[in-house]
Every structure is written in C-alpha cells, then in structure tokens.
Design a protein. Structure first.
Length: 270
C-alpha cells in the first residue's frame, strides 16, 4: 500500500474549496512536503493563501510536468476549468476527480489522462470521511495506489469496479451526512414538543447523535445489535421504535429517500 511519501512528482490540486482544502490539509498533516503541491484556485481562502508561506505553490504561472492532478472544482465549472487543465495533462497523468455526477467518460473527453472518479463526503473535513472510488481501465496499479493514498488522507476509502454504482454511493454516503443532520434537527424539535427547553433539547440531540456515531465507529457490533442493546422489552425505547419501525416508518422513508437521490444523481451525471 502506497503512502503519501511514496508519491512521486508534482501534485496539482485544482479547486481548494471546502473539500479540496480538506484534502490538502490531510496531505500536509500526513507528511507530504508542501513544495510538492501546486494549488490552482482563483479565490483562495485566507487559510489556503497562508499555506503558500509553508511552501505550497499557489497559482504559479508554470507548474512543470504534472504526474498527478486532483480536480475538486464545482461540477458546473468543470467544462471551463477542464479546457484550461487539459494543456497540463499527458496521457499518463493520473487524474483524480471528486466532482459529484461527473463520469469517467466526461473526464476523459474534457481532460484526458488516466482517470479515477471518487465520491467523498463532508466528514472528510475532520479526517473522518469515507470515499468510494472507481478507476478507468487505463489506470495502472501504481496510479491506483497513489489515488488511494491521496484519498485516504481524509478518511476511509472503498473501491468499486462498476461505475454505475456511484449513483447509489452518492445517495448513501455522499448525501448521507445531511440525513444525519436532519435527524439531529428533528430529534431536538421533538424534544421541545415534549416539553424540553430548546437549548437543552438541541444539546441532547447533538451529543446523543455524535456519541452514538462514535460508538458505532468504535464497536465491532452491527448497528442492529447496538440498537437491540439499548432496547428493553416493553420499555420506552421499544415504544418509540414501534413507531419508527412501523408501517410507513423509517425503513420505508429511507428506501424512498435513497431511491430519489439515486435517480437524481443519474439525471445529473454527465
């Protein structure tokens, strides 16, 4: 398994917004030398601009030969950015895209290179993301290892062979944090409806979800087993779960939600 230190040549990061910036932070924290990275970002944040003092090359006129390009621009900006980036890309350049809904074929048509398409999620900002990646046929084993090392800097990485699964991946993990945040909102709202002060209800909801997520992360037990461990027969949790697991409950809602997100991802794919 390759590490960041094993990566050879210059790494160009196109787009240093929240997700691109999180990746860059992860690379530097993981030991990648700052002078190995070129950042192309027309509107760099104060944090990104500050990295130039540490050796990151920000918007240089010439980046030299590019062995690895990571594209983190907004998908709607890709066509315009891609035309500029294409001049930096050789057929052997590894191109790693974290743009939602942008297919390998589109990346090859606009940029060329050996393409890896990846879908991270927002917990990458704290190093606890999960990314799913799929490689084009012309990506070599060493290039795949390089992509894995770059993506692993912000959390776990899973690889798939069938690109068509990326729509469901987007629906589950890419959009998934929003579902969890909605649960926190609604749990707090329901607490207020049950008589709790809003500040207390909000804190209870946030800490309960954060703590439960950490327990799920650390435990070897399945989520079903962890749920059962909280549930006493005939108790308060069981009463609530009868509602959540009943007809038209959470299982049905989540199935419909994931199906809707998957369908929308297919519509947006380009």
């Amino acid at each position: 398994m390759s590490t960041l230190q094993d990566i050879k040549g210059t790494i160009v990061l196109a787009g240093a917004g929240k997700m691109g910036g999180a990746m860059l932070t992860g690379w530097l924290a993981g030991g990648l030398a700052a002078n190995r990275v070129v950042v192309i970002e027309p509107q760099p944040s104060t944090e990104i601009a500050g990295l130039a003092a540490k050796g990151v090359r920000l918007n240089p006129e010439h980046a030299g030969a590019v062995e690895t390009l990571v594209i983190a621009v907004k998908p709607q900006s890709f066509r315009e950015a891609g035309a500029v980036l294409k001049s930096r890309i050789a057929p052997s350049t590894l191109v790693v895209s974290i743009m939602a809904g942008t297919t390998i074929k589109s990346l090859q048509d606009v940029c060329g290179g050996a393409v890896v398409r990846a879908m991270p999620n927002t917990p990458a900002a704290i190093g606890r993301g999960i990314t799913v990646a799929v490689a084009a046929q012309n990506v070599s084993p060493s290039q795949r290892a390089t992509a894995n090392a770059l993506l692993r800097a912000t959390g776990a990485v899973e690889w798939i062979e069938d690109e068509s699964l990326m729509d469901a991946v987007t629906a589950v993990s890419g959009s998934g944090p929003a579902y969890v945040f909605l649960l926190a909102e609604e749990l707090a709202r329901a607490g207020v409806a049950a008589g709790l002060p809003e500040e207390l209800a909000t804190k209870l909801a946030r800490e309960t979800i954060a703590g439960s997520g950490e327990l799920l992360h650390r435990s070897d037990l399945s989520s079903a087993t962890l749920r059962q461990n909280v549930t006493s027969p005939g108790g308060t949790t069981a009463a609530a779960l009868e509602v959540l697991m009943g007809k038209d409950g959470l299982a049905q809602l989540m199935t419909r939600a994931i199906a809707a997100a998957t369908a929308r991802s297919k519509e947006l794919a380009k």
